[in-house]
Design a binder for this molecule. Structure first.
Ligand code: M6R
Length: 367
């Protein structure tokens, strides 16, 4: 059942190219210039009337939502807020009939996410669910559903479900943008071509797992580390940090790289590992200066960069991992993979139960 892999998590990490292909299958027009989501019941008119979005989810699904916020805001130019599902109902969110609430849930059974969905509907909003389980509570109750086709996810640590949620956000963001006209067909064709290249690019990353394994073994001796990034890299940093905590039990924090000097830098000591994501070209120079700030305090930095930037970055970091080039907005679908491998191999090095970490359940059905 593990198809030759030692753990479900590793199998599921390796299934991501297929999960991407399956989630895109039948949702891109034959000419490659537009997104097709026939499953959506909402009309073009309804979509055009939406003037705000709330993305609500828990844990890793929320981290996919943070990327989703960037995707929708940059492609559609509609303001998006993201909320932890267990907080959403209690802050009296401003939900109007023109609000689209997007709930994201692998299982479709997370109690807080389901409660948020019901609250949104009670306030008259339309709810779109992005979920991996057809027939789940969330899928049944939402007004619209985009199913991710990641296949069953067994490991408690979510990997292929997260990355397929990213694909769903890319598709939906583009679909919406084309509907309202913020992206024309040729711009969409460019994004869709880049999306279709992602599965092969993930395979390329997976083929370099050994490099990540070595880094994971060295960080497994540390009790605390940092993930830093800017823009969507910050969202991915949060996911990398959660994954590491969840299965290796090593404490880590994700920081927007520019925030470090407002307090956290005090925690960086000689040898503290820092995982720095530098995939956003427009923020690259800023990231380099943030990395310098950590190195000046003795940090040991792993830089995750786009191919082509290795030489330039090598001067500023201790170790490097390069990911294939894609559009800036799509990079999370690639950059998360080395971070998943990092947490997997760190957990393995420490002898933990990778697929069933302590204190956690796959699906959290209590509030
Ligand atoms: O099934 P859901 O996507 O609603 O689950 C949400 C979280 O409980 C889940 O993503 C959790 O954070 C994962 N174990 C993280 O790997």
């Amino acid at each position: 059942e593990k198809a030759g892999f030692d753990h479900f998590m590793l199998k599921e990490i390796h299934e991501q190219p297929k999960a991407y292909r399956d989630t895109m299958l039948g949702r891109i027009s034959e000419d490659g210039r537009s997104v097709e989501l026939p499953e959506l019941k909402m009309t073009a008119e309804q979509l055009k009337g939406i003037n705000r979005v709330h993305i609500v989810a828990c844990g890793t699904a929320l981290h996919a939502g943070l990327v989703g916020k960037n995707v929708i805001e940059s492609l559609v130019r509609v303001p998006v807020e993201t909320d932890v599902a267990s907080e959403y109902r209690y802050r009296s969110p401003i939900i109007t009939p023109d609000t689209l609430v997007i709930v994201v849930s692998q299982s479709g059974e997370t109690a807080d996410t389901l409660a948020a969905l019901r609250e949104a509907q009670r306030c008259g909003a339309r709810v779109l669910a992005i979920t991996n389980v057809v027939g789940s509570s969330v899928a049944r109750e939402a007004d619209d559903v985009i199913i991710t086709l990641a296949g069953p996810e067994i490991a408690v640590a979510s990997t292929k479900a997260y990355s397929s949620q990213l694909i769903a956000f890319f598709l939906f963001g583009l679909y919406w943008a084309q509907t309202v006209g913020t992206q024309d067909d040729s711009a969409a064709a460019q994004v869709l071509a880049a999306m279709q290249a992602l599965p092969e690019q993930v395979e390329k990353i997976l083929a370099q797992a050994e490099t990540i394994k070595e880094v994971a073994e060295s960080i497994s001796h540390h009790s605390s580390l940092f993930f830093i990034g800017r823009g969507v890299d910050y969202a991915v940093a949060m996911e990398g940090s959660l994954k590491l905590k969840e299965i290796s039990y090593i404490h880590s924090e994700a920081y927007a790289a520019g925030e470090l000097k407002h307090g956290t830098l005090a925690l960086i000591e000689e040898g503290t590992p820092v995982i720095a994501l530098l995939t956003q070209e427009d923020l690259y120079e800023k990231m380099l200066s943030n990395i310098k700030e950590t190195k000046a305090r003795g940090a040991h930095v792993l830089g995750i960069v786009n191919e082509g930037h290795e030489q330039e970055t090598a001067k500023s970091v201790d170790r490097l991992f390069a990911i294939p080039r894609t559009l800036p907005l799509l990079t999370p679908a690639l950059s998360v993979v080395p971070l998943q491998l990092l947490s997997y191999y760190a957990s393995l090095a420490l002898g933990h139960d990778v697929d069933k970490p302590r204190n956690l359940a796959k699906s959290v059905t209590v509030e």
